[in-house]
Ligand binder design. Structure first.
Ligand SMILES: [Zn+2]
Length: 395
């Protein structure tokens, strides 16, 4: 067997076909995998015993015995996920269909550092689990989004400008005391992109998701897959320089970055006592305060300039706009859209769709859940999962 690739008719590959809906009956599975029906029956037995598949009904039949349809049991386990921003967070316990069963939004200061923030997050996860009558033993994986570049392979933030104390921190190891399940860490805009793509825009081959919040970031989908880049910095649109002659110093040390002129924190810096924090800016914009709405719409136009460049570079199918500033005032989205269509080349913008996020503030946790579920149910990891479940008490 080639290392890292599951054998063609392993329980994992049977499960993958059932999850994708490509094959759901014994005959379809046997045909897809090119193996005997008896092999499929045995694999289905293993998966059913581990609680991962169940019979969901009968296929229509023109005669003879109807064929059983097998389905993935999304209640077979849980994932816990957190979308951590600079000033707020959204935490959830989800089933294996990425549906939130319990969730919580709260304010949070990421700059308090990893020890304080992650201990607090873990305590909230424990509470959410007990809310649904479950515990850490039911958790198959953990997914965390952070507002900065993250090396996905190691789960370590890489020089994040707005997260003092987090550079290079081994985030997964900080969960070792509480769970043996895998902990995946990624950039916040990127998990939002995954969520939006998987749940609302599956057919888009290439997508840019732009988060306009305290900071500004983007998640990229290329050929249907998330694009992370060499060190996890792909999509870091916030540090594209849009005002090189200006005087706004960015948290990264440069002058005139998009983040430094258009991010929620930059608006708060300009508004001073009127709106000292990004959540104050959002609140005032929602209330229609003239200065706040003027500022957030200006942000929309500046984001549009940077997004137009990204559109020219990547020629995406769609651009999806999300984040708290975009949700605070619908004119922010209108401004981005108008500027992108004006500045992008005709060939890149002619068929381009620019839309507001359908998932809204749910995009991050749903994307993080999909990221973790896909990881733990990769065909070559299923055998281990099956073994663990048949050895210990089944959840
Ligand atoms: Zn910068």
């Amino acid at each position: 067997m080639v290392s890292g690739i599951a054998e063609p008719a392993s329980p994992g590959s049977v499960l993958a076909l059932i999850r994708s809906g490509e094959a759901t009956t014994r005959n379809e599975l046997a045909e897809h995998l090119g193996v005997a029906r008896s092999t499929v029956v045995q694999r289905l037995g293993v998966l059913a015993e581990a609680g991962l598949v169940r019979v969901a009904g009968d296929a229509q039949s023109s005669g003879g015995r109807p064929a059983s349809i097998f389905a993935f049991d999304e209640g077979a386990g849980l994932v816990v996920v957190g979308d951590l921003g600079q000033t707020g967070c959204h935490l959830a316990v989800c089933d294996l269909g990425a549906r939130p069963l319990a969730e919580l939004t709260a304010s949070l200061q990421i700059e308090r550092g990893p020890e304080v923030v992650l201990a607090w997050v873990q305590a909230r996860f424990t509470e959410l689990l007990s809310e649904v009558g479950r515990g850490w033993e039911d958790v198959l994986g953990v997914g965390i989004g952070l507002p900065g570049p993250v090396d996905f392979q190691t789960g370590r933030p890489v020089s994040p400008p707005a997260m003092p104390g987090w550079d290079g921190v081994d985030v997964p190891s900080m969960f070792a005391d509480i769970t043996a399940a895998p902990v995946l860490v990624d950039n916040d805009a990127r998990i939002m992109a995954i969520g939006e793509h998987r749940q609302a825009r599956r057919g888009d081959r290439h997508m840019i998701f732009v988060k306009i919040g305290s900071g500004i970031g983007a998640g990229l989908i290329a050929y249907g897959e998330v694009l992370r880049g060499e060190r996890g910095a792909a999509g870091d649109i916030g540090h594209i320089v849009v005002d090189p002659e200006g005087s706004d110093v960015c948290r990264c040390g440069n002058v005139g970055c998009l983040d430094a002129v258009a991010g929620g924190w930059a608006i708060a810096r300009r508004m001073g006592d009127l709106a000292p924090t990004p959540p104050d800016v959002v609140r005032l914009a929602r209330e229609g305060h003239p200065e706040a709405t003027g500022q957030v719409r200006r942000s929309g136009r500046l984001v549009g300039v940077a997004v137009a460049d990204a559109v020219n570079l990547l020629n995406p199918t769609s651009v999806v706009i999300g984040g708290k500033l975009a949700e605070a005032d619908e004119q922010v989205f209108a401004a981005v859209r108008e500027v992108v269509y004006r500045h992008a080349t005709p060939v890149a913008s002619r068929h381009l769709e620019i839309v507001l996020t359908e998932l809204g503030h749910m995009a991050g946790i749903i994307g993080a859940a999909h990221m973790v579920i896909d990881h733990v149910l990769e065909p070559d990891r299923v055998a281990e999962l099956v073994e663990r479940r048949s050895a210990g008490p089944v959840a």
